[in-house]
Design a protein around this ligand. Sequence first.
Ligand code: ADP
Ligand code: MG
Length: 808
Amino acid sequence: MGREDRSLGRRGSWITDDPVKNFEKWKRKYNKTKKIVKRVQKTTKKRDWEVERENIQKLVKKYSEINPKEAVKFSDFPLSKKTLKGLLEAQYRQPTEIQRQTIGFTLQGRDVLGAAKTGSGKTLAFLIPILECLYREQWTAMDGLGALIISPTRELAYQTYEVLRKVGKNHEFSAGLVIGGKDLKDESEKIHRTNIVICTPGRLLQHMDETATFHASNLHMLVLDEADRILDMGFTDTLNAIVENLPTTRQTLLFSATQTRSVRDLARLSLKNPEYVWVHEQAKFSTPATLEQNYVVCELHQKVNMLFSFMRSHLKKKIIVFFACCKEVQYLFRVFCRLRPGISILALHGKQQQMKRVEVYNDFVHKTSAVLFATDIAARGLDFPAVNWVLQFDCPEDANTYIHRVGRTARYKEGGEALLVLLPSEENGMIAQLQEKKVPINKIKVNPEKLVCVQQKLDAFLAQEKEQKERAQRCFVSYLRSVYLMKNKDVFDVFQLKLPEYAMSLGLAVAPRVRFLNKAQQQKSGVAQDDSGAAGRVSEDELKSFTAQLKGECSKSQSSQSEEEEEDDDDEEKESLKPAALLCGFNEEDEDDQKDLDLLTVKRKDVFNINEENAKAKNKKQKESKFTDAKKMQKKNFKVNTKKIFTEDGEVVQQWPPLQRAVVPDEEEDEETSGINMEAAKERLRKEDQEFDKIEYRRKIKEKHRVRLTEVVAYLSGADEEFDPSTLPDPDKVCNSESSEEEEGHSSDRGGKKRSFSSEDDDSDDEVQQTQVGRKKPRKESTATPLDTGLSLAEDEELVLHLLGSHS
Ligand code: ADP
Ligand code: MG
């Protein structure tokens, strides 16, 4: 047996009689085999990038098979796992129509001109292809600028950037927001290392012109969002210059809700064999189906009353009110805050500092009920969630502007309402334009007798405060100028406006002299005399040359006025110093009146929610206890502590709140003939502002030394945390060194919670040049800088006490 066993062992295998030996032998063999397997594996194992490349090839192969009609989910498109994951995490599952129809073409590398209604999801229609393009190219930080998105406004650029961070967070690309910055050099060092740049046209061209290192030779994709607006804003030359600097091999996408001839021209010139995707071309209407649109005809001098009445009857809504010009927003924002309509008011316009704009933007995004007073900078693209109403206080320039303004509500399947306020002289021309553009709008009526009249209160405010009066005057002149400069003379006829009544409705006793109008009037009548055949109309050429002249004047006066208009947060403080009776727009009696009124009667429907809101207000009133009444009364009598010191001569000097306007001595105003001596007022304001600017400048310089510079780099993959607007620079200061914009923008009707003291904070941002969003660490560093109000410790204490007081 032993022999047999041994022979078996020798013949058939290594197995012996000794189990221990057997085991050891087996172990040796096993280890040897394992080593061989490992070696083989090592030589055949693919590296990650190779796997990725294979995946990419698989995806690219599927591009030609894309069938948009069958695509129901995003995953039906050959998109990278990283993009799909990002979309899913951001709760985007099914593509919208514009996304469905364009994604295929864009993935295939085609140029696209995409048009779809407001709120239909155009942003993702270009962000997804950008992510996929760079993924396909296995783009890295070393490859530099790969995609460029140009937006007409800073707010839209910022919003797009936020969406990109959300959906692109699983990719490793870097993204930057280039909407201005002080040190172009510093910015340019980063811009070419940023993979996806979102910018406004002016700033980009500045880089192209002034930054030697800036080059976009690797650029793969160019996107123009709201392309027609970019062109309308006078950026045609800028755009042409930009496009000339980009490689012709790039892919170009143009998107907008409205198409103009200029966009088609641009498409013709800058797109190669483009695919025109007009999603709603066959649609019956050009505005969202869920949007209810009405208009009212209202005399100019009744508009303020109407707005106030509207706000009073929509206290729980989120509303955007569009105005024709910044100065209207500035003035009406101030006085409406004082009227205490019972709803928070915010203001957004181009004369605010960038930081303030971002702050207001974010604030309005997060509010559930508030009114945003805005100029057309808020008309394009902005996606404020859950806006209930868009009220157009002033007639839009044209039907396209109308469509974009109302497009701020009724976004992505949501409902919304829009009300357009037209002057009798604007009605026919504007409505004809809207009908031509397929806008379904109905006329409703307002009963003028039922409007709440706020004129007396405005009179009282203006009598109390010279600054307010000056604002009212600027508002008056600016509005007339904006009407005068409108191209469409069939709609906008400045000579038909009743100026004295309008002035009175703003609280002005006398209409300010408007020199350009007098001049235009003279020209007009002169031409009428010279040329009877022209039936009193100014010849086109003359009007053009005069308008050009005027525009020149305007831009000149604009820049000097931007100084004039410097407004600071102290103003809001000063409000609190006024006697309670004046401040309080609505005393108890008013409120009772308010409830009893059926405020505004309308023909078709209760647009102003009069019945509903009044009933609610009534119920609420009944529930109010004596305690809340007492609290209210207390609030009305609230006064801010003032700090006064005595000079050696025994003169009393107020130290806190600081009085800005005391720098230059007051001069008598000659208001007898024209209501106000504008020239003298301007001169005085200019002097005052110069003095104030000097003090401010010194303070800012000091502050700068305190600021620690932080370097920020943006990576999409680090995009989980909330964007910190303090990482944004203040571009206004760059482009317009003399511009010292006002700090207004916030008002909380309930005790002025949002008193803004951020101007000090804003200024401290001067040296953070790069507009990119940072990774967690550097950003934390920057936000950890304590808020410096620029005041002394004692003043700081006063400030804190005041804030605490106003919160209680
Ligand atoms: P547009 O640029 O066409 O005006 P946006 O891109 O701003 O529209 O999108 C409007 C809204 O629709 C945004 O709130 C966005 O989050 C939402 N949205 C876009 N695409 C989708 C989608 N596929 N699924 C769900 N919501 C979407
Ligand atoms: Mg958009």
